[in-house]
Design a protein around this ligand. Structure first.
Ligand SMILES: [Zn+2]
Length: 64
């Protein structure tokens, strides 16, 4: 049973890492400003604000 759990965990990690480097599975990975995401060829970066975590694409991240 322990072996099964380890396999499952590592598979999830690999899928998670290949999809996004943003550590959130609840938020959609898309730019807060323009709505573009990884599927549009943009890299998304999370920025931690005092009251929230916002995601920005490579275009809008430097502007914030
Ligand atoms: Zn954007």
């Amino acid at each position: 049973m322990q072996e099964v759990r380890q396999k499952s965990a590592s598979l999830q990690d690999m899928q998670f890492l290949s999809k996004t480097h943003v550590k959130s599975s609840t938020l959609p990975v898309e730019c807060y400003v323009c709505g573009k995401g990884l599927r549009d060829g943009h890299s998304i970066t999370a920025k931690t604000l005092p009251n929230a975590i916002m995601l920005f694409c490579d275009v809008h991240y430097p502007l914030q």
